[in-house]
Design a protein around this ligand. Structure first.
Ligand SMILES: [Zn+2]
Length: 433
């Protein structure tokens, strides 16, 4: 039933005492070993000794992606949030950079082993067993989800390290090796199933897949999306949640599939009102804030994830006591397309660097097959006589080069056709709701 019964079913009271002990040590480590945390705590007027019980976490300052990036640039390679010497770091992942500079997430040997133990736990909770054949179809290049396959291997499953390969090759693996578990994004699960059908393979009957783990997009927790994928594959879909700043996966669905169990012996979760920065009432929606409890390479104290969600601390019907989270989406107007984070500023970066264009642009986000797509509208520069199709292709290629994903469409207009804003331009038109 459980990978680690003692930990996973610990009473809430004991779990919180464990968190308290771990966090007291972790805060002291951050203050002693990390220049950033010493500076941030001093500035906020708090000391490690001010932490006596869990609620005292609210005295400590928040951190976020921008601070993380800034502190990394300040002291390359790993920045000054780290609490160990580089010599002790054995692995780094890099997040899909949204402003051009990827942020690195460092792990010591112990951090990495614990990370993989958490992955084994989440896989087990999602029903993976040593008898399973598992195909890991996530990107291995810099992506924190790449090494998660080791967690499946340590669990005892037969693991196929597919990575991000062309769908023809992946379908070949699914057909020839008949694995029954796969991990991918929700949109790719749909795409792959449809591609199989086009090739005359019925994914529901001719392939053995009966379990699909998804992450990277909210789809896995959206019932309509999940149902469509499940019908296509005749499989059950399990949603996982991770952030590269901490672990590949920090939380995952159990057999109940009613929220994602967070590894609370490694991560403390808070939910705050992003405007007041005060905690919301239990069960209410707010910004998810995570604090590492054991990751020594780089402690993350009160990391504002920018994700909006809810937390449920009631004991689950599966017997696990660890809190369940549900993520609704992003705080800002960031788009998640095929698992890649896209900010309007990324598009702007591309547009403004092309002299073929006027520099004006709009992004229209919409939903197609339950997943987010976007269209970009640009204007041809006044002195440019190139045909619109060529310009559109260039814009699309440049966006793909910078972000790793292509817009569904690029519409090239004449100079002056887009509305001009006098104060604040509305760059993102969200047609998803
Ligand atoms: Zn459960």
């Amino acid at each position: 039933m459980y990978w680690d019964e003692g930990i996973e079913t610990l009473s809430r009271e004991k779990l919180e005492r464990t968190q308290e002990t771990l966090l007291a040590e972790h805060i002291a480590l951050a203050y002693d070993k990390s220049d950033y945390y010493r500076e941030a705590f001093d500035k906020a007027g708090v000391k490690p000794s001010d932490f006596k019980q869990l609620s005292d976490i609210s005295k400590f300052p928040f951190t976020n992606k921008y601070i993380e990036r800034e502190r990394q640039l300040k002291k390359p390679l790993l920045g000054d949030m780290i609490a160990v010497s580089e010599e002790e770091v054995v692995f780094v992942s890099a997040s899909s950079g949204s402003t051009g500079v990827p942020t690195l997430s460092p792990f010591t040997k112990k951090d990495f082993e614990e990370f993989q133990d958490v992955q084994s736990r989440l896989f087990w909770a999602a029903g993976m067993r040593p008898t399973d054949r598992y195909v890991h179809a996530l990107n291995f290049t810099l992506f924190v989800g790449g090494p998660d396959v080791i967690g499946a291997q340590n669990l005892g499953a037969l693991c196929i390290w597919a990575g991000a390969i062309p769908s023809d090759r992946l379908l070949f693996i699914l057909k020839e090796f008949q694995p029954n578990v796969i991990w991918t994004t929700p949109s790719y699960a749909s795409y792959l199933g449809e591609t199989a059908k086009k090739q005359g393979i019925d994914p529901a009957h001719e392939l053995a897949i009966n379990k699909i783990i998804v992450a990277g997009e909210p789809g896995g927790s959206i019932p309509a999306t999940r149902k469509a994928i499940e019908e296509l594959w005749d499989a059950k879909v399990y949603d996982f949640y991770g952030i590269s700043d901490i672990f590949g996966a920090c939380a995952g669905m159990c057999s109940e599939r009613n929220g994602l169990h967070l590894a609370e012996d490694h991560i403390l979760v808070e939910v705050i009102n992003p405007d007041t920065l005060q905690p919301v009432a239990e069960g209410e929606r707010g910004e998810i804030v995570l604090t590492t409890l054991r990751k020594t390479a780089r402690p993350m104290i009160r990391f504002r994830t920018g994700d909006i969600g809810t937390v449920n601390k009631d004991k689950c019907a599966c017997g696990r006591t660890h809190a369940r989270i549900n993520i609704m989406g992003r705080l800002d107007d960031m788009l998640i397309v095929s698992g890649v984070n896209i900010f309007p500023s990324d598009i702007e970066f591309v547009i403004r660097n092309m002299e073929e264009l006027s520099g004006e642009y709009r992004i229209i986000a919409f939903t197609e097959n339950f997943t987010t797509k976007f269209r970009v509208e640009v204007e041809r520069a006044l002195d440019n006589n190139e045909d619109k199709e060529t310009i559109a292709e260039k814009v699309s290629a440049n966006i793909k080069m910078r972000l790793g994903v292509k817009p569904k469409e690029v519409v090239v207009l004449e100079n002056g056709e887009l509305p001009r804003a006098t104060h604040k331009a509305k760059r993102l038109i969200d047609e998803r709701k």
